[in-house]
Design a binder for this molecule. Structure first.
Ligand code: BGC
Length: 467
């Protein structure tokens, strides 16, 4: 039997994350030149930027259905094809309306991949490495955002926004081709009655005979406890706790303001008094490098230390950094040289991004893929991911108006307060999932005590014996 490494699976699904990061980031640099070529009003300009987010909201809902019906692998391949089509169309767009439509297609692809890729990796991974393998997907998102900055910088001189979009075609084509050689998730195969294939896939992933038997038994036991499937069931009582945890985490990830920094960093640095535009742009590049680097902390520790401790440390650090930013903006003075105030602002943004990168960044994707019972995992992931994209759209659309109303200082203070409230939510509702099989998590969450600590009294299903 041919062995298949989970690292290879995570790397390929990571291409989906790369495209997610690249295609959300690339518009930042392209926007200026498109505005010039197509003579966009500020309203059309905002619409262009929002198209990807609107598409992603739709795409994540579609994905909830697609991953359940057609499978995880087919959903990822579909997203890859949509990335190819959308990127070609965006690069060749004759006018603003066409470009908006192309960016919506890319957004739908992002929505689908943001549901299907982490879910696929989580279902293929052994329990003790699931966290770090899904965190690789987040690493790829951060690399994609960084790559978009570099590409935007490289082609800005020629104002070549079409090339900026076209570059996304390459990883998208690789995603489609690479996924062809990977197997479907065994949990989905069992759901569709394709038990023999599920058996083969589990063995291919390295389990011995006993391991295959115990994993199949665990999947069967989880299925026996199921109380229905599909959209109706995900809104019913048995999945309610999981839905609250997943939607809550997705909203916390967005409403603590990460994308104001990711999308508007040069602007924030300028508002903080950082002299020239190019200094502000390079300070922003430094933010995206820090974002990539700090994600490795999660890859290393998420399966050792656990999800909850990293979330607590991460969000606490973000709140402290946001409070610091708020204080710094309250005392901004314009200066031509590089002042202590500039250094402190860059430092506070770095601290904020570092603490996000090893906590809310990866762990939200990990836990959305872990908490739902098997029968509603597709629709559940779809709804939670959609909530995250809606939160992203809300923050992106309100950031500039919030600054007008509350000032930068008040706006960052608001995100800090949301961060504080989310610590309480995590303490009360979110269980630790480190090292448990998906089936054990299902049992624990369905029996969740009111304090949010998952009970371990449920049946201890056999752990898989995969390397
Ligand atoms: C979030 C994105 C964000 C990115 C930053 C992801 O986990 O979902 O909204 O832009 O992290 O690294």
């Amino acid at each position: 039997m041919r062995r298949m490494s989970t690292g290879r699976i995570a790397a390929l699904a990571g291409l989906g994350g790369l495209l997610f990061g690249y295609d959300t980031g690339v518009i930042g640099g392209a926007q200026l030149f498109i505005q010039k070529d197509f003579h966009l009003s500020s309203l059309s300009d905002e619409l262009l930027v929002s198209c990807v987010l609107i598409g992603a909201i739709v795409g994540s809902l579609v994905a909830g259905w697609l991953v359940a019906r057609a499978g995880r692998k087919v959903a990822i391949m579909t997203s890859g094809l949509l990335f190819v089509v959308g990127s070609i169309a965006a690069a060749a767009a004759p006018g603003a309306g066409f470009l908006d439509a192309a960016r919506i297609v890319v957004g739908v692809a992002i929505g689908i991949v943001s549901v299907a890729a982490p879910l696929y990796v989580a279902e293929m991974a052994p329990a003790d490495r699931r966290g770090s393998l899904v965190a690789i997907y987040q690493l790829a998102i951060t690399i994609g955002i960084f790559a978009a900055y570099l590409v935007d910088e490289a082609f800005a001189h020629d104002e070549a926004w079409r090339i900026m979009f076209a570059i996304g075609i390459v990883p998208a084509a690789l995603l489609v081709l690479g996924m062809r050689g990977l197997p479907e998730s065994p949990r989905w195969l069992v759901d569709r009655g394709r038990r023999d294939e599920a058996h083969q896939v589990i063995a291919m992933l390295g389990a011995d005979d006993a391991g295959v038997a115990s994993e199949l038994a665990a999947i069967d036991a989880a299925r026996a406890a199921d109380t229905g499937a599909g959209w109706h069931a995900v809104l019913g009582r048995s999945a309610r706790s999981a839905l609250i945890i997943a939607v809550g985490l997705a909203l916390v990830q967005q409403l603590t303001g990460i994308n104001t920094v990711i999308y508007y960093a040069p602007r924030i640095f300028k508002a903080a008094g950082l002299g020239s535009s190019s200094a502000a742009i390079w300070a922003s590049v430094s933010v995206s490098v820090v974002n990539v680097g700090a994600t490795f902390i999660a890859i290393r520790f998420v399966d050792r230390v656990g999800r909850k401790p990293l979330l607590f440390i991460g969000i606490t650090g973000m709140v402290v950094a946001l409070a610091g930013l708020s204080a710094l903006f309250a005392t901004t003075t314009r200066s031509d040289g590089f002042s202590l105030h500039d250094a402190l602002t860059i430092g506070a943004l770095w601290v904020y991004v570092i603490f996000f990168a090893f906590s809310l960044g990866p762990i939200v994707w990990i836990m959305i893929s872990e908490v739902f019972p098997q029968n509603v995992r597709g629709p559940g992931n779809g709804i939670a991911t959609m909530a995250g994209w809606a939160g992203n759209l809300l923050v992106s659309l309100t950031f500039l108006s919030l600054i007008d109303a509350l000032g930068e200082s008040g706006t960052f203070a608001l995100y800090a307060v949301i961060g504080l409230a989310s610590l309480m939510f995590i303490r009360l509702r979110v269980p630790e999932t480190k090292g448990k099989t998906l089936e054990e998590i299902q049992t624990a969450i369905t029996r969740q005590r009111p304090t949010g600590e998952a009970s371990d009294r449920g049946s201890r299903l056999g752990k898989m014996s995969r390397p």
